[in-house]
Write a protein that binds this ligand. Sequence first.
Ligand code: HEM
Length: 458
Amino acid sequence: MSVAQLPVTRRRGGEARLPLPPGPQSRRPGEFLSLLAHDHIGLFRRLAEGGDVSTVRLGPRRLVLLSHPDDIQRLLVTEQKNFVKGYALDRVKMFLGEGLLTSEGASHLRQRRLMQPAFHRERIAAYGEVMAEYAQRTAARWTDGATFDVHEAMMELTRDVAGKTLFDLDVGNDPGGVSEAVSLSLQMYRWAVLPFGSLLEYIPIPFTRRVQRARARLDAWLAETIKQRREEGVDRGDLLSMLIRARDESDGQGMTDQQLRDEVVTLFVAGHETTAVALSWTWYLLSQHPEVEAALHAELDGVLGGSPPRVSDVPRLQYTRMVLTEAMRLYPPAWILERRALGDFEAQGYRIPAGSLVFASQYLVHRDPRWWEEPERFDPDRWRPERAGNRPKFAFFPFGAGTRVCIGEQFAWMEGTLILATIAQKWRLVHDPSHVVELEPLVTLRPKYGMRMTAVRR
Ligand code: HEM
């Protein structure tokens, strides 16, 4: 339907008003609430059936899904001032505080300015040496024929890289219970997104007490670490050193201890699970596509000639990057973005009222047949420049866009490429056929039962 054909309702004064977007018909009472509780991807897939702009009301809230890349561009970039983050991230504040991911407005911009230098090219290159070294250690520990959970192995590896690059610490033995606090908080998040979920924190059941204890332990450990580092006053080359020394140009002020705590926890959470998830799906896809795996090995053998990959090799590992990109198309670690509209917003001739929760799903748009030929096919070659064609820019947005674009994007590309190259140079990972592969779309798109695979030496 063209915009001109849409019915226009009139207010009492005669002023024209665009209609609300359509939505899918519910098939049974409570269908959408039940999907919200049990099947988040299913909920948005059903919503997408309503069209490029589709809506459903859940209790007091109106959910709107935007599925057209042009509208997603307006949501994230050109009209981003009309939006703030949604309720799901509000819930994450219980744990992350006012870090970069959750803060808004002037305080977000100030924190972003202060943190940007920690992600400059030369800094990422220095972290890259840590990434390569840690990937080598992991590859050296594996034994031929061993079967294990590769997702767990990737989580450990990216957690150790985050620990070293963020705090210059070996977090392998989980000082301060960082991993425990993160993992429990994510389990809680599953319930926190439900209506009244925010109250969960205050119900004194054993689980919430455990979460609170784990967070208190983490906070005490971080406070002590920050205090020590301030006293030391040395640049250890890690992110925390940079954040402690960062000063805002406008007022010469640095971050308070609370801000440092919130930023460090945010970076740790945002910066290791996402990359681990991307790698776990990459290993799975490679195991299912021997021709892609062979092409990857050919590039690694040709470019590296048997030497371990280094930061300086990354620009020549083009196919490796294409493999990672294609895996993030099919299994985007951040599978959906949420915003709350401050004022009315118009999309495709419909009016999205202020207060609506507006979503854009990488998982769904990355598989839309209008933009992707054979969308379900794992085909890294589609990323060759000659095949990119005139695909809309926002048909692929794994790192978001606009002022809230992922600050760690270059960090993630460096880490993903070096880990993939280092491990694939030495090992093939064969999927255990008895293992069930299923999606678990929490904050990230985890493989629900991990990823059981067997390491075979190349
Ligand atoms: C494959 C890996 C990664 C993916 C797919 C990813 C994805 C994203 C996405 C989609 C956003 C935007 C969220 C929104 O607009 O609501 C985001 C924001 C963010 N990411 Fe990442 N991320 C990855 C790795 C990292 C890493 C390695 C770090 C840090 C070391 C990081 C730190 C952050 C932070 C702090 C934000 C908030 C930025 C802001 O609002 O200013 N991410 N990420």
